[in-house]
Write a protein that binds this ligand. Structure first.
Ligand code: GAR
Length: 207
């Protein structure tokens, strides 16, 4: 049976490791999406080069060209998404706050990955803040994008333990490994309405 592949765009700002995990998933014949476009707000985002080497269309629309006019930048993004035939958008380390123009235009068709168990630790420096707060479980979240920052309905989450001697980098690496598993699963769930499997369930974490 041939699977219908929804054409997606992946928006990045930097190294693009989550983008890679989505590209790899999309390369599987039975995955319900294909990458139509990778877009960055930075010309020097390392992820753009990787995407081009993978044979994908990968472009930058630098936000600096638009000064303080965020909506003008988003209108340019929206036009490029439409021109490329994109039907669904995945933010993957896209570090720009979006205005209601883009979130309304793609309502229900735009998701994001965030490195914390939302609603805990929205915004930046999530791993530092998790360590400071002393939480013993941390993780990542894939959620729908709405106008409020990191606020949209949650699609899936992955949890990791926080170890007592963790550094920020160690904790970030443990979470990132799970981001790469969670994001393709959550995208598949949204596109096919399949439930997420419970992969590993630990009721009690003491570290
Ligand atoms: C990831 O950890 C992602 O969850 C985070 O940025 C990193 C990007 O890494 N996103 C946010 O903080 C968005 N609020 P990547 O470029 O290697 O995917």
């Amino acid at each position: 049976m041939t699977v219908h592949k929804t054409p997606i765009a992946i928006l990045i700002s930097g190294r693009g490791s989550n983008m890679r995990s989505l590209i790899e998933a999309c390369a599987q014949p039975d995955f319900p999406a294909s990458v139509a476009l990778v877009l960055s707000n930075k010309e020097d985002a390392a992820g753009l080069e990787y995407a081009r080497e993978a044979g994908l269309r990968a472009e930058a629309i630098p936000h600096r060209l638009f000064g303080k006019d965020r909506e003008a930048h988003e209108r340019a993004i929206d036009a490029r998404l439409k021109e490329a035939g994109v039907e669904f958008v995945c933010l993957a380390g896209y570090m720009r706050l979006l205005t209601p123009f883009l979130t309304d235009a793609w309502k229900g068709r735009m998701i994001n990955i965030h490195p914390s168990l939302l609603p805990l630790f929205p915004g930046t420096h999530t791993h530092e803040r998790a360590l400071e707060a002393g939480v013993r479980i941390h993780g990542c979240t894939v959620h729908h994008v709405t106008a409020g920052m990191d606020e949209g309905p949650i699609i899936g989450q992955a949890a990791v333990p926080v170890l007592s001697d963790d550094t920020v980098d160690e904790l970030a690496a443990r979470v990132l490994e799970q981001e790469h598993v969670l994001y393709p699963m959550a995208l598949k769930k949204i596109l096919t309405d399949e439930g997420l499997p419970i992969r590993a369930y630990k009721a009690l974490i003491v570290t």
